[in-house]
Structures are given as structure tokens and as C-alpha cells.
Design a protein. Structure first.
Length: 473
């Protein structure tokens, strides 16, 4: 069945991707009705909150787009069945984390949320529905979705003769912290599929704000795979530069100078060469793990072990940093207070998934220190959830004792502490008041700068001992 026009869109999943993506899509397509649905009622209530500071995610520019479009042509709802039934096009933008148990645990993607979304679409849709994979998925997942939907086409034939589906892959390339800009000005939009009419209809939606030459159309499998590979290549650059940061420290060279010199080669380019405490975020590790799983599945064990190294270097970098901190503080953290600046996995987001801060903080706590953690956007409950001291660490943490506190600002975190560890590249950490900090910290006071943010000469002037990642001077 051929669809002529899209008037009504439903997006399943109101998370970091579904919310911002649909907000920008609605903003650029005033004639479309866009409804974002989620099984998490609390999240939907937050998306609908009158005071925009309570939106469930922090993303620069997001509140403005929401305020322009919400309840005009953009809606947030937990009525999944009704929204699917009304929709001509359904985006699946649900979570696809790594499986925690069963076959492929630790590597394969857990597709239970994708499958349940497909089943919901099969059940509630009417007429012809274009189903768009927005989630990042293992190559060939569209086949699974197709099979579920086709089974319904056959079964529903008697009741609803017109029920039919087309499937497209349209992976998302936004990065958190810059999501609105990335969505508004994407490097490319990728649409994979085998139904030319469905591709044309989705392309028309994007053409309202994206130039034609940036919209790339491919077959389904290449589109699904390209998303995994893009993330793998980005993460690989970070592991490459992080591995060299250790070599710089050992050879009296400087990682910033090396990255600049290397990145000025046009063939290499300057982006994603910032050494740091390792990549965090919900996707790099999970997508590379999935890539490794797929390679092993197809018998490509050499390819799998090549990509495995990207993850191993990332873990090593975090451990390496924890060890250096302990060593510099005389090999003993007990009775010491350490200020942690930044807990989010990068600046301009409140997301803490896979943040390097988690493993580094856990390592330091294991050594017996007290942490005062400051992050401008991360809530205390999130840190609590991520550190989960009592349940996960095999040591004598006890329920009654406090091992860390959430500080309201930099000074409160630094007060009476022995060291500062900068873990997230928040802009406010670029202009630290070293004079003030030195006056309220214990001596000798240390700064461990894992993000290369501190002006060395300034901090040294006030008597700080400083360790900067990748700086061998
Ligand atoms: P998320 O966890 O923030 O959001 C997913 C949402 O889907 C959750 O709110 C969950 O309640 C909802 N959900 C799950 N099953 C549902 C169902 N059956 N019906 C209705 N709602 C359901 O995840 P995210 O970060 O938005 O990522 C979503 C997908 O996009 C993942 O595949 C991810 O790999 C990919 N992706 C993420 C980013 C990113 O920056 N976070 C960027 C590009 C791609
Ligand atoms: C990443 C990709 O950049 C997006 O294109 C992709 O859509 C997304 O994953 C996804 O699929 O989820 P994101 O994880 O949000 O986006 O953020 P990045 O800017 O890529 O940063 C990831 C991690 O790498 C952060 O911890 C960041 O601090 C670190 N990083 C990044 C570095 O250590 N050095 C760099 O040079 C760049």
C-alpha cells in the first residue's frame, strides 16, 4: 500500500534521543502532529512540566524548542496505543543496552524493548504504517521487526485488511551536550530501506531543514551497520589518543602538542583527539561491545579482538588515573578528603551513564577516602545510584556511614580537602579561583587534571602540586 502524505508521527521512547529529536522535528514541521510516548509515566510528566527547568534531561537550547512547540504540534503522552493508532509513521527510539545476563551477556544488545515496541505497533497500528528504527541496533534487526510486523499482517488480514508496514532505518548521530545543534545542523541524515516511497516521505520531512546533499539513502543493512561503525571509529580515536597520553607522560612530551601536530594533517583531522579519563556515555562501550559480538557471530575473531582493545584501553586509562592519584598522595587515602569536580560523562549534560567518574570514584573510595562531589547538573540521587557502594563493592562499606557528599559549589567541595580531581570538562572549571581554593584546602594540596583544563602556571603560583594528564614535563 502506498502512503501519499505523513500528517501524524508517534515516537516510542521519550529519552535522550526521542525527546530532543522529536522536538526539533516538530519545530521544523509545523504541519505535522508529533507525539512522543513512553511507558515511564514519571518521565512523561516531567516532559510536560510547566516549569521547564524540570524537563527530564538537561541539554542546552532544548527548553526553548520545547516551549515553542509543546502542546502546539508536539505532545508528550503515555497513551502508547492511541498514539500508535493515529500515526502514519512510528519512530522506535527506545533503549538498547548491553545484555546483562543470558547468551551474549556483556556484549550483545538487549533488544527486549525494541521487540516490545514492534509488538505494540503490530497490535495498535491502523492502515499502512512506516516504522522507523531510530534506536541504534545490531545489523539485521530490521529483519526481526519485519518478521513481527509481517506475522501481524497475515493474522490481521481478516479483521483489518489494510494493515501493512514499511521499515526504515534512520539512526541518530546527535551527541549529548550539543544535541539541539547537532539535530538542527546534522553532518548527514542517513535513511536505509527498500521501500522507495517510504524513503521519499521520510526524506521530505528532513528536507524542511536539512540540505538535500546531506541526506544519504542506502539499503537497510548498510544504514544499521554505519551507525555502529561511526561510534566505533569515534571511540577508537579517543582510545588512540588516551594510549598516547601515557606515552607522553613517560617521555617528557605533551599530549596537547602531539594531538595538535597530528590533527593538523587534513587526512587525520583535529576532532576527537582530546585526551581524557576515557570515554563515557551510554553508547560507545555498548555499541563496540555489540560490534564485537556480531564479528564473533560471523566468525571474524581477529576483527573482534581488534575492537576489543578500544574498550580495554578505555578501562585501563581510568584505572591508571586512579592509581596515579593514590601514588601521588603517598599511597594512602585513608582520612583524606578529595574533591571531585564533575560527575557527568561530559559537559553540558546531566547524563552519568558509563561516566569515567563512576569507576574512578569507586577506586578512590575503596582506598578509604571521603569524597565531596560537585557537578552543576547531576542530582544526588543519580550519584547514589551510580556508586551503589553497599551492593556492589566487596568491601566493608556500611549502611550507616557516609562516604561521600554532594557539594553545592566548587568551594564547598574543596573545603578542607587534600586534593581536587577534575573529571568533567564543565566550562566553569576553566576559571578556578586558585587563591581561594588554596586558602581553604589542606597542605600539601594537589590538583589532578584529567581534562587538561587548568592553566599550569597559574595554579603553581598558588602552591598547588599538579598532575596533568598526558603532560610529561
Ligand atoms: P533512554 O534510556 O534515555 O530512553 C529510552 C526510553 O524508551 C526510556 O524512557 C524508556 O522508558 C522508553 N521505552 C522503552 N521501551 C518502551 C516501550 N515499549 N514503549 C514506550 N517507551 C519505551 O535512551 P536514549 O539515550 O534516548 O537512547 C535510545 C536509543 O538511541 C538507543 O538505541 C541509543 O543507542 C540510541 N542513541 C543514543 C544517543 C544518545 O546520545 N543518548 C545518540 C544516538 C543514538
Ligand atoms: C556519541 C557520538 O559522538 C554521537 O555521534 C552518537 O550519536 C552518540 O555517541 C550515540 O550514539 O550515543 P555522546 O556519547 O553523546 O555522543 O558524546 P561524545 O561527544 O561523543 O563523547 C563521548 C565521550 O568521549 C565523553 O565521555 C567525552 O568526554 C569523551 N571524549 C570525546 C574524549 O575523551 N575526547 C574527545 O576528543 C571527545
Amino acid at each position: 500500500m502506498k502512503k501519499r502524505k505523513i500528517s501524524n508521527i508517534c515516537c516510542i521512547g521519550a529519552g535522550y534521543v526521542g525527546g530532543p529529536t522529536m522536538a526539533v522535528l516538530a519545530d521544523n514541521n509545523p504541519k505535522l502532529k508529533v507525539t512522543v510516548v513512553d511507558i515511564n509515566k514519571q518521565k512523561i510528566d516531567l516532559w510536560n512540566s510547566k516549569d521547564l527547568k524540570y524537563l527530564p534531561i538537561y541539554e542546552p537550547g532544548l527548553a526553548k524548542v520545547i516551549s515553542r512547540n509543546r502542546d502546539v504540534n508536539l505532545f508528550f503522552s503515555y497513551n502508547v496505543s492511541e498514539s500508535i493508532a493515529e500515526a502514519d509513521m512510528v519512530f522506535i527510539s527506545v533503549n538498547t543496552p548491553t545484555k546483562k545476563k543470558g547468551f551474549g551477556a556483556g556484549f550483545a544488545s538487549d533488544l527486549k524493548w525494541v521487540e516490545s515496541s514492534a509488538r505494540q505497533v503490530a497490535k495498535y497500528s491502523r492502515g499502512h504504517t512506516i516504522v522507523v528504527e531510530k534506536s541504534t541496533l545490531p545489523v539485521k534487526t530490521a529483519q526481526t521487526i519485519k518478521t513481527i510486523l509481517q506475522a501481524c499482517e497475515v493474522k490481521c488480514e481478516d479483521i483489518n485488511k489494510n494493515k501493512s508496514f514499511s521499515i526504515l532505518s534512520n539512526p541518530e548521530f546527535l551527541a549529548e551536550g550539543t544535541a539541539i545543534n547537532d539535530l538542527q545542523n546534522p553532518d548527514r541524515v542517513l535513511i536505509g530501506g527498500d521501500d522507495n516511497n517510504a524513503i521519499k516521505l521520510l526524506k521530505e520531512i528532513y528536507l524542511n531543514w536539512v540540505e538535500d546533499y546531506k541526506i544519504l539513502t542506502t539499503d537497510l543493512w548498510s544504514s544499521e551497520l554505519s551507525k555502529l561503525i561511526s561510534n566505533a571509529f569515534l571511540a577508537q580515536r579517543i582510545s588512540s589518543i588516551n594510549s598516547i597520553s601515557a606515552l607522553c607522560e613517560a617521555t617528557q612530551s605533551n599530549i596537547n602538542n602531539v594531538a595538535k601536530a597530528v590533527g593538523m594533517d587534513k587526512r587525520i583531522g583535529p576532532f576527537f583527539l582530546e585526551a581524557g579519563p576515557g570515554f563515557g556515555g551510554s553508547c560507545f562501550k555498548k555499541d563496540i561491545s555489540n560490534l564485537i559480538y556480531i564479528c564473533n557471530h560471523y566468525g571474524l575473531s581477529e576483527v573482534a579482538s581488534y575492537w576489543e582493545k578500544v574498550i580495554l584501553i578505555n578501562q585501563w586509562q581510568q584505572k591508571r588515573i586512579s592509581k596515579i592519584i593514590v601514588e601521588k598522595l603517598f599511597g594512602n587515602l585513608s582520612e583524606k578528603k578529595i574533591a571531585i569536580l564533575g560527575f557527568a560523562f561530559k559537559s553540558n549534560t546531566n547524563d552519568t551513564r558509563e561516566s569515567p567518574a563512576i569507576s574512578i570514584c569507586k577506586d578512590l573510595l575503596e582506598e578509604g577516602c571521603f569524597l565531596s562531589i560537585y557537578d552543576p547538573k547531576v542530582k544526588k540521587e543519580q550519584i547514589d545510584r551510580e556508586l551503589k557502594l553497599i551492593n556492589t563493592l566487596e568491601s566493608d562499606f556500611d549502611n550507616e556511614k557516609h562516604y561521600w557528599e554532594k557539594s553545592k559549589n566548587i568551594n564547598e567541595a574543596c573545603d578542607n580537602s587534600d586534593a581536587i580531581v577534575i573529571l568533567t570538562n564543565w566550562e566553569e572549571f576553566l576559571n578556578l579561583d586558585f587563591k581561594k581554593m588554596q586558602s581553604i584546602m589542606k597542605s600539601p594540596s594537589w590538583i589532578f587534571d584529567t581534562r587538561n583544563m587548568v592553566e599550569l602556571s597559574q595554579a603553581e603560583r598558588y602552591g598547588f602540586n599538579i598532575w596533568k594528564l598526558g603532560d610529561g614535563f
